[in-house]
Design a protein around this ligand. Sequence first.
Ligand SMILES: NC(=O)c1ccc[n+]([C@@H]2O[C@H](COP(=O)([O-])OP(=O)(O)OC[C@H]3O[C@@H](n4cnc5c(N)ncnc54)[C@H](OP(=O)(O)O)[C@@H]3O)[C@@H](O)[C@H]2O)c1
Length: 298
Amino acid sequence: MKKILITGANGLLGQKLEADFSKWDSVLATGKQKDFVLQDKKYLYQTLDITDKEQVQSVIADFRPELIINTAAFMNVEVCEEKKELAWAVNVEGVKNLIESCQKYEIKLVQISTDYIFDGRNGPYSEEDKPNPINYYGGTKLQAEEIIQDALIHFLIIRSNVIYGMGTQVKRNFFIWVYENLRQKKQIKVVTDQFNNPTLADNLSILILEAAERNLAGILNLAGTKYLSRYDFALKIAQHFELNKNLITPVTTPELHQKASRPLKGGLRIDKAQKILTTPFFSVDEGLKFIEEKLADN
Ligand SMILES: NC(=O)c1ccc[n+]([C@@H]2O[C@H](COP(=O)([O-])OP(=O)(O)OC[C@H]3O[C@@H](n4cnc5c(N)ncnc54)[C@H](OP(=O)(O)O)[C@@H]3O)[C@@H](O)[C@H]2O)c1
């Protein structure tokens, strides 16, 4: 029986995974909130805060999945610098709580990680490159990776970057921020010196499904095919949705005076995964076209 538990299921990637894995025999979506944002009765949902050790133990002991995908994370890179204890509790202690049950019941753990474990001096990065985080968020995500690798459990660490898309009650990601501001005719400042390969959440979810079904292990980069600056990504969003690109002001990272340092040449090389998986990897244009079609359907 193929049984899976997804954490952080109310988030963007969690929702997509819930829908894609619903062809498995049994799927338990879990999230911090009391109710699941996807209000379809076919989905099984339970409240689960991964920082609550006892709750983690009892939910997993009751459900006994063969696989856990951990998408739950304290994600706001700026706030992580101020609320370090909270970020550590979710991104590191929460993962330790999951590992304990994985060890006890021989459950495989799929952890979603990030290119922010690198310093951004010479990206895009391969699975073998040496991490060197330059902000607190990246540090916590690397710590989680290391604990998982030392834990003697079956694991797959999936690294991705700039995960974007539309979802139910999803408040923020780079795409939504650009799209909503331009629609409301608001000026935005976007950096020209941060480079990544943005990843459509819907595409990432299907790639994760294939990786899970093929029982892949170790570390794997899954991301989009197009490497570009945030500014060029924002211009593409404006172009695709016929929004006013003149509202986008190009700036450099130092001009924003952010608390958390940002990797500049970030992003991930995906050649290893492209050789292994048969699912196509989306470019930014394909990702934006996908969103356009979804919006038109609705
Ligand atoms: N977004 C990106 O650009 C990006 C890039 C690389 C890697 N990642 C990784 O990808 C994963 C999914 O990201 P996403 O884009 O889907 O983010 P998201 O939409 O913010 O989803 C994260 C979810 O985790 C939940 N969560 C936070 N603390 C929790 C806790 N203690 N227990 C249970 N759930 C908790 C959040 O709930 P609340 O909203 O209620 O707090 C949210 O629903 C994360 O692990 C992230 O580190 C993201």
